[in-house]
Design a protein around this ligand. Structure first.
Ligand code: AMP
Ligand code: GLY
Length: 423
């Protein structure tokens, strides 16, 4: 099979790495890719939102399968454009990607179908939002309706902060049109767990659990980022939690989407909070998480192309997902200053130390090739993943491997996976 992956981050590098293992693969392409992906796939200089160019390339090269990884092209309907051109594509179509693309939609869906989530109201009028906040308990959570690079969520400790938040989202349009509508929801407390799944419109298969660290600094301080590290599995995702989620959340979500005339084919990412009243959905994403994919996929034993095809063909019920009985930890090496401002273009040394080492992966996120060497090219630069027999061993190995890499302004968190000590 000739396969084209859309995207350019660590997640896409992890997806390409999994696809490479498939005996079905003949050629692998990635648009636009990065310097790490370029070592295992042919990178094509087409942006993820250049739908016509992607379709044209796929047609000309007789691509058998396009895998759309990032949220923006999914929400904007790349899968629809490809299907209309007669090209097979993995990922939800536009109608289904709304599960992530509109928080107001997903909250209404959960309410309608009795899926546990925080209490909320949707608003498209800032004056009504302010009125509602006058009678609310604090802290409270404000969410821009649409995609906002993971940054459209504000946790406000009192009325004044919340009023400023409403202004930022709905009037100043800090997140653009994503803020035309807004969700105001109850603040929940508990452990967060990410669970990824494959869906074919009817059947859902759950992958192993993971946990992300979203804040920039140790002890969960600093600003929200795309993710500074992950571990898998989560020791807090017990059999009891799993049983509850299978009963109350996973299949119900897939059935709800089908009932709404939006059958979901692709990856649903369940962002869960384990509250004292049981697990609740914080958010849905319509794609693999980044950097969740970097700890989940290296542990997956199936041929990923079989799964992608089964999701498209509606035959996922014939697939048993299998994961190694071990653990993985991913530590993100970022440019100091991320997520605000940072310098890039520094040469990266030590990448070759990962060559030939089975339990270690160096997934590129923001890198590019310049004059024959690989240089930093983004806030998140690399994701260093290691597998171990348990989480403690995986963490030790991942942190050792972070020392193999050198570049100016290298920054990382030192407490990825520390929560496992409390488990
Ligand atoms: P989201 O993009 O919806 O996952 O929100 C980003 C982060 O904000 C989540 O990972 C949580 O840490 C936090 N968050 C979102 N919703 C809530 C909530 N209702 N209560 C507490 N924290 C929340
Ligand atoms: N790591 C969270 C996300 O991909 O949205």
């Amino acid at each position: 099979m000739k396969v084209l992956v859309i995207g350019s981050g660590g997640r896409e590098h992890a997806i390409c790495t999994s696809i490479r293992k498939s005996p079905k693969l003949t050629e692998l392409y990635c648009a636009p890719g990065n310097a790490g992906i370029a070592r295992i796939a042919k990178c094509v200089p087409i942006g993820v939102m250049e739908f016509e160019k992607i379709a044209e390339f796929a047609k000309n090269e007789a691509i058998d399968l396009v895998v759309v990884a990032p949220d923006d092209p999914l929400a904007a309907g790349l899968v629809d454009v490809l299907n209309e051109a007669g090209i097979r594509a993995f990922g939800p179509n536009k109608a289904a990607a709304i599960l992530e693309g509109s928080k107001a939609f997903s909250k209404d869906l959960m309410k309608k179908y009795g899926i546990p989530t925080a209490k909320y109201e949707n608003f498209d009028d800032p004056a009504k939002a302010l009125e509602y906040l006058k009678n609310s308990d604090f802290p409270i959570v404000l969410k821009a309706d649409g995609l906002a690079l993971g940054k459209g969520v504000l946790i406000c400790k009192d009325y004044d902060e919340a009023a400023a938040g409403v202004k930022e989202i709905m009037e100043d349009k800090k997140f653009g049109d994503s803020g035309n509508r807004m969700v105001i929801e109850e603040f929940m407390t508990g452990r967060e767990v990410s669970v990824l799944s494959f869906c074919d419109g009817n059947t859902i298969r759950i992958m192993t659990s993971a946990q992300d660290h979203k804040r920039a600094k140790d002890h969960d301080e600093g600003l929200n980022t795309g993710g500074m590290g992950t571990f898998s599995p989560s020791p807090f995702y017990t059999e009891e939690v799993d049983a509850f989620c299978r009963r109350e959340i996973y299949q119900k979500t897939v059935d709800a989407m089908r009932a709404e005339g939006r059958p979901f084919k692709g990856v649903i990412f369940f962002g869960l909070m384990l509250t004292k009243d049981g697990p609740k959905v914080l958010e849905y994403n319509a794609r693999f998480g980044d950097p969740e994919a970097q700890v989940v996929l290296p542990r997956m034993q199936n041929d990923i192309l079989d799964i992608f095809e089964a999701c498209i063909d509606g035959t996922l019920d014939r697939i048993d997902l299998k994961f190694e009985d071990n653990a993985a930890v991913c530590v993100v090496l970022a440019s100091d200053g991320y997520p605000v401002s940072y310098q890039k273009g520094f040469p990266i040394k030590g990448l070759e130390k990962f060559d030939g080492k089975e339990d270690y992966f160096c997934f590129h996120a923001g890198t590019k090739e310049k004059d024959g060497s690989i240089v930093t090219n983004g806030g998140r630069v690399l994701g260093v993943t290691a597998k171990g027999s348990d989480l403690k061993e995986a963490r030790k190995k991942a942190y050792e491997a972070t020392e193999w890499i050198e570049f100016d302004n290298k920054y990382m968190r030192h407490d990825i996976g520390k929560a496992i000590d409390e488990a």
